[in-house]
Design a binder for this molecule. Structure first.
Ligand SMILES: C[S@@+](CC[C@H](N)C(=O)[O-])C[C@H]1O[C@@H](n2cnc3c(N)ncnc32)[C@H](O)[C@@H]1O
Length: 241
């Protein structure tokens, strides 16, 4: 596995994510899954990070596997019972079909080019069962313009100091988070994370090009259609054939 930009951030991630209420997120996705009416679905979570969401969903949905391309993220997952696989979601290496694939919390925004987005969706299509669906959320521009400043923060977790700087380039549509991490031995490490903030129409186009269609595009955390005030959208995609 190549050196991954999440190597050190994975360590402090559980601390940074303390403010995120994964149980609310889990309840929303659980309702969404129930609404689609698949009994005992097999689920593959992509870009699961520390597996916080899979951990919650696994209490109700037993056949769940989580995955990420950062081995460090998966290693730092606290749930030892969850099956975990390390791979890049642009090239899913599993030769099996799942009823549901899911990806949460901006992970799709980490695909920085349209080409990668299409590659990812084509790969998803290859392991989606005929009546299955893919659900993911995306962060929209309003989220970046509203909250970038709030992510300028610093702190300490188990002897590791961190400083996060966050800024949004409205021309390039790139949201950058820079982490400066100071290890207990005073060694400094920098990690830069970039996310592409796509206009919502791009996902419809990319789905179409990948043999999928958009069944729903919700204002995230609701079942209302996405609108101009949405900060995040929740998609449900299905196979065209
Ligand atoms: C913002 S985190 C979200 C993690 C998790 N879904 C959550 O809700 O906590 C984004 C995750 O996407 C993963 N990621 C980024 N690019 C990826 C790729 N090409 N393939 C698989 N995972 C990727 C990162 O390693 C990271 O764990």
């Amino acid at each position: 596995m190549k050196n991954h930009p999440y190597k050190y951030v994975a360590f402090i991630y559980s601390h940074l994510m303390e403010s995120i209420d994964y149980s609310v997120w889990g309840d929303y996705l659980s309702d969404l899954i129930d609404g689609e009416g698949i009994k005992h679905p097999s689920i593959l979570e992509l870009s699961s990070g520390l597996g916080n969401l899979s951990s919650i969903l696994s209490k109700k949905f037993r056949k769940i596997i989580c995955s990420d391309n950062s081995l460090d993220m998966l290693i730092n997952c606290k749930n030892s019972k969850l099956p975990k696989i390390c791979f890049d979601m642009r090239e899913i290496p599993i030769k099996k079909e799942f009823d549901i694939l899911l990806s949460t919390f901006d992970s799709i925004n980490y695909l920085l080019t349209y080409k990668d987005l299409v590659k990812h969706l084509k790969s998803v299509k290859n392991c989606l069962s005929k009546n299955g669906f893919y659900t993911f959320d995306v962060s929209l521009e309003l989220n970046s313009t509203k909250y970038a400043k709030l992510l300028n923060r610093k702190g300490e977790f188990e002897g590791v100091q961190y400083r996060q700087r966050s800024f949004y380039d409205i021309i390039k549509k790139i949201h950058t988070n820079k982490f400066e991490i100071t290890l207990p031995n005073k060694k400094k490490i920098q990690e830069t994370h970039r996310q592409k903030i796509y206009p919502i129409e791009i996902f419809f186009k990319a789905a179409d090009e990948s043999g999928l269609y958009v069944q729903d595009c919700f204002n995230c955390f609701t079942f209302d259609t996405v609108n101009k005030k949405s900060e995040r959208a929740q998609f449900i995609l299905r196979r065209i054939d």
